[in-house]
Design a protein around this ligand. Sequence first.
Ligand SMILES: *Cc1c(COP(=O)(O)O)cnc(C)c1O
Length: 397
Amino acid sequence: MPGFELFGDQERKEVNDVLDNGVLMRYGFDPMRKGHWKAKSLEQELQNTLQTKYVQLVSSGTAAVSVALASAGVGAGDEVIMPTFTFVASFEAIMMLGAIPVLVDIDDTLGLDPKAVAEAITPKTKAVMVVQMCGSMGHMDALKAICTQHNLLLIEDACQAIGGTYQGKPLGSIGDLGCFSFDFVKTITCGEGGAVVTDNENWYLNADHYSDHGHDHIGNDRGAESHPFLGYNFRISELHAAVGLAQVKRLPEFLDIQRKHFNIIREALSEIPEVTFRTVPEGGVESCAFLNFFLPDVSTAEKVMIAFKDHGIDACWNYYKNNWHYIRKWEHFKELKSLYPISEEVKKGLEYLQTKTFEQSDHYIGRNISCLIKLSWTEEEVRRRADKMASSIKSLL
Ligand SMILES: *Cc1c(COP(=O)(O)O)cnc(C)c1O
């Protein structure tokens, strides 16, 4: 996945443009810029890449999720349905707005189980957030149908899935609003950065203003701009956008490499009948940022992880006991350890976390191994890796 593996002259050139004129900020200072608008240019590139009408760059993927929700009017006391398998950013971004994260089970796509989503809807539900983990996707048609039926927003966190598609549409462009991250380990990187994408002009304008102190961005005198509503600072800098601008132009090259490496490893593991792969919904094409597969049971998955380690197979994870990605290890969230008081409404809304169990998620995450697909491997390295992975697994079955 990581674009940082292939960092070179194009990235340096874009950054040097910014350093040469010294305008490190994305707004204003027109005469000094010598025509360089890196954040604006990156937004245009992303509009084409993601086939979406509007793109608002922000400072991170986490900011993108908060800004997307806020732009569509999600806030205090609203419930947002999200999956148990994701990144901590999902609940952070919801909590930041005073809204309530409602965690539900995933299915064999490793994304939201539509049935679990339908069961979790209450009169307070405002949005469903599907997280397109590890380059693939949830059952988008079913999730969209539920959202339409109940008049809910569908927010698509595609932070790990740039380059994947569903029925020919880029992941991230299918929900009402989509979110991307360009942090250091994502498929394309800005160092730090993120984006909100949408076809809705009103939500886009909200995101544009909200991420810059509520500035309306009318005219070319920042000091004279008015503030139609409250905002914060989630701006990206020109330096970060410059790196992303070089990287986004290389996305097709990155995706080709990813797919080639992914297919070599997948083919080797397909020959083992006990290994199964995550379900990709019909009409879906993975970005191939990760290869995810299931073993018959939790203990075999644990043993395979040890065998991988012994054979020098790095960059593979069993997320069951992982601190970042799965509910089992989110004690700080479950115990509401916060630096500052949390509203009674949110506290009450999260009481379910003390008792609710997620056997269906455990069933998939416990047996899953997720392997990062690197761009910097040579073909020979990938083949050797695939052989070692297959022989390690076979020796344990
Ligand atoms: C990386 C990631 C984020 C957050 O992105 P940052 O840019 O690191 O804040 C959110 N959601 C998912 C699924 C991610 O993988």
